[in-house]
Ligand binder design. Structure first.
Ligand SMILES: Nc1ncnc2c1ncn2[C@@H]1O[C@H](COP(=O)(O)OP(=O)(O)O)[C@@H](O)[C@H]1O
Ligand SMILES: Cc1ncc(COP(=O)(O)OP(=O)(O)O)c(N)n1
Length: 270
């Protein structure tokens, strides 16, 4: 039996909806063996982030060495990296182990508004991580910060942002449309040559905690299983649409998505 493996390098969400917990659930649901390197602990629930405790960079390097020198991986996804020293440490290890299939989710701010990346670290994301990324998956506010564009609201502006991020080194760019307002939510994939739109019904629900983490983890799982980027992104869109459309309804705030909906409830066509 071939075991496909994926590694998440991300923060812990004690509430289980985002971060490494969301990533590992997604890997498992998509039939991929999941591994994790913790970059920060958060005390977090559906109502927000109550505390952040970054892991020392030396220990992040030690975790990456432990996993990559022994088990190896078919794909890596990064999420919350918090500061520039952590970013530089992770980039160094991705290069040292010649990682292929790297999905960069440039996490900056949690839904409740808590910062998950200090402002001074945005330059480090652009300098050290974008050039290594097989796929980068910014939401609309993250794409704005990374590109410095004044606004990204229309499809043409999404295309302009995708082109800039591709020019700066990412092989593929997915600009996610979750923060828009249209009844149809459209993500835009760019491979340097053509654009592919992935659209689905927008669900009017407050249970969208961890959507970005889950989507990026599903792309990593697809790549780890041998799918090409377009196939992996399409599967991820179906996975996240199923997860949002069958909410669990737990907690008192922005509840998590339903990671088992894709398997148990069937998928919606995109
Ligand atoms: N309300 C929604 N209904 C349907 N799909 C959504 C909704 N919100 C987000 N998505 C999808 O979830 C994925 C994550 O998008 P987004 O919420 O923009 O990311 P993030 O969590 O990083 O802010 C994208 O594929 C997006 O289209
Ligand atoms: C530990 C941790 N990592 C990432 C996030 C952000 O996740 P995201 O998928 O963007 O979802 P929301 O925070 O927007 O719900 C997080 N909250 N915690």
């Amino acid at each position: 039996m071939t075991v496909h493996k994926a590694l998440t390098v991300a923060g812990s969400d004690s509430g289980g909806g985002a971060g490494i917990q969301a990533d590992l659930k997604t890997f498992q649901e998509l039939g991929v063996y999941g591994m994790s390197v913790l970059t920060a602990l958060t005390a977090q629930n559906t109502q927000g982030v109550h505390g952040v405790f970054p892991v020392p960079p030396e220990f992040i390097a030690q975790q990456m060495d432990a996993v990559l020198s022994d088990i190896g991986t078919d794909a890596v996804k990064t999420g919350m990296l918090f500061n520039s020293i952590i970013i530089e440490t992770v980039a160094k290890k991705l290069k040292e182990y010649n990682v292929r299939n790297y999905v960069l989710d440039p996490v900056m701010v949690a839904k409740g508004g808590a910062p998950l990346l200090v402002t001074e670290a945005v330059a480090a994301v652009k300098e050290h991580l974008l050039p290594l990324a097989t796929v980068v998956t910014p939401n609309l506010p993250e794409a704005k910060v990374l590109t410095g564009m004044e606004k990204i609201e229309t499809k043409e502006e999404m295309k302009e942002a995708a082109k800039l991020l591709h020019d700066w080194g990412a092989q593929h760019v997915v600009i996610k449309g979750g923060h828009g307002t249209d009844d149809i939510v459209t993500d835009l994939l760019y491979d340097g040559r053509e654009f592919v739109e992935l659209s689905a019904e927008r669900f009017h629900t407050q249970h969208t905690h961890g959507t970005g983490c889950t989507f990026a983890a599903a792309i990593a799982a697809g790549l780890a299983s041998g799918k090409n980027v377009r196939e992996a992104v399409k599967q991820a869109k179906v996975f996240i649409t199923a997860a949002i459309s069958h909410p669990l309804g737990i907690g008192h705030g922005h509840g998590p998505t339903n990671h088992w909906a894709y398997r148990r409830e069937g998928s919606n066509d995109v």
